[in-house]
Design a binder for this molecule. Structure first.
Ligand code: PLP
Length: 446
């Protein structure tokens, strides 16, 4: 009756759970918390670098910081010499403060304030210009050195996007850049597409390579393109996902709530993370001719990518303690010590679907009866559910048990958190594994 959707097996997470560290942290911190696994971030970053190297493409990875507020990922970018995509003064400050060099930043986002543009230009960051009036503000900065810019393209295949310059605006922008040589350094073009498909990214990247040629004719450097983020994360197995999509309906949720299938994140993706970048580079723009990798090489154009979610794959989880369990006809309602603001899919009228894992000491108990229950937050709002779905728990949860939501570092854990009801924000705990094994060490993210 309850549909299961377990996250992919993760030996590192299992090891952490086996040490008993999570109940200790729940006790010590006295509330919900998130834990982060920076070694996973390092491995994901290395996989993106490897994909570029294997394709023989010169490029750079800029971690899209909006996907998680933790500082530890800035530290890791700085240590690995990776770039960061920032979209606000706060994100820019945090990246610089954790040692990422200004020239390794890409500043994205719409209608950036004069302050953000000024700081970005002075730091030598690459500014993705989103509109003609923004370009004019950059041209008016008058700093000691030319501001480095990309021109962000409005994606023709996503005509409803509010971002970027259309064809005529790009022509005008190029004209203004050429006329203002010495004030700006026009280094190329960018886009960010909604969705996770490979083909539209290859196609539009091919067009941007052509645009670089056009810009060079005007005397502009135009030697790089950014294809943004949108590299999928594969959370669950294909068969479980297909079964879920085919069978899910209002009866599977508390209060008969209905979710539109297309509003769910695609929790299974056969091509994900760095493999998606490999696929984008191996495909031919427009479906014929040389691959994108080949075209980049031939044109001497560097490739920038801005993955957020994909660099955080399996790099963190969210832990809540059970505060109460009550019964409804045919299922239960588990209430935990946090709120749905720590699982941001609810923001999109959607739901974070990988099953939470129940942790509790049941040594000495008899065989457990499975128990279906949704998961509510510790607030007075009827709509505050972390999970509307009736989860198939292996046993009836008890007060004090932990619920671990797996793989939440990418956008889930902190995009929307607020201290509603004066509940403190869940702290983030960084878990490191000493080289050569041994017990995991933990510290608070600062
Ligand atoms: C300009 C830009 N770059 C990169 C990203 C990161 O996307 P993702 O986390 O899906 O890789 C976003 C997300 O909104 C974005 O707007």
């Amino acid at each position: 009756m309850a549909l299961t959707l377990p996250a992919h097996a993760d030996p590192l997470t299992d090891r952490i759970q086996a040490t008993g560290l999570l109940p200790e942290l729940a006790h010590g911190l006295g509330g919900p918390f998130h834990y982060l696994l920076p070694e996973r971030f390092d491995a994901n970053l290395a996989a993106f670098h490897a994909a570029l190297a294997e394709a023989g493409v010169e490029g750079r990875v800029h971690y899209a910081k909006k996907a998680n507020k933790a500082s530890v990922f800035m530290d890791r970018c700085a240590a690995a010499g990776a770039g960061v995509d920032v979209a606000s003064p706060g994100e820019l400050r945090d990246a610089l403060g954790h040692g990422v060099r200004g020239e390794d930043l890409v500043v994205t986002g719409p209608a950036k304030t004069g302050h953000l543009l000024g700081v970005a230009a002075r730091q030598g960051a690459l500014i993705a210009v989103d509109a003609l009036d923004e370009l004019d503000r950059v041209l008016a900065l008058g700093g000691a050195r030319p501001a480095r810019i990309l021109l962000r393209c409005h994606p023709p295949a996503q005509p409803r996007s509010r971002f970027g310059l259309d064809g005529a605006q790009l022509d005008e922008a190029l004209r203004r850049c050429a006329a203002a040589a010495g004030t700006v350094r026009m280094e190329g073009f960018s886009f960010h597409l909604s969705g996770y498909e490979v083909r539209p990214r290859t196609d539009l990247a091919g067009e941007l390579v052509e645009l670089c040629g056009k810009a060079r004719v005007l005397g502009l450097p135009a030697d790089r393109i950014s294809i943004g983020g949108g590299f999928a994360v594969d959370y669950v197995a294909a068969d479980a996902w297909q079964t879920f999509l085919a069978e899910q309906g209002p009866g599977h949720y508390h209060a008969g709530k209905a979710f539109a299938r297309e509003d769910f994140y695609p929790y299974h993706s056969p091509v994900a993370g760095a493999d998606a970048l490999r696929a984008i580079l191996a495909a031919s723009p427009g479906g014929t001719g040389p691959s994108l990798a080949e075209r980049l090489r031939q044109a001497g154009v560097r490739l920038l990518v801005e993955p957020g979610r994909a660099l955080l794959d399996r790099a963190g989880s969210s832990v809540f303690q059970v505060q109460g369990v009550k019964d409804r006809a045919g299922y239960g309602i588990v209430t935990v010590d946090g709120t749905s603001l720590s699982l941001s899919e609810q923001w999109f009228n959607s739901e974070y679907l990988p099953d939470p894992v129940l942790l509790g000491d049941r040594a000495g108990d008899g065989p457990a009866e499975p128990f279906a229950a949704c998961v509510g937050g510790a607030s007075c709002l009827d709509s505050d559910l972390l999970t509307w779905r009736k989860i198939a728990f292996p046993a009836r949860p008890r007060v004090g048990d932990l619920l671990v939501y797996p793989n939440t570092a990418g956008y889930q854990m902190d995009s929307n958190e607020s201290p509603f009801h004066e509940l403190p924000l869940p702290p983030k705990v960084v878990i490191d594994h000493p080289e050569g094994g041994g017990r995991p060490r933990w510290r608070l993210d600062r």
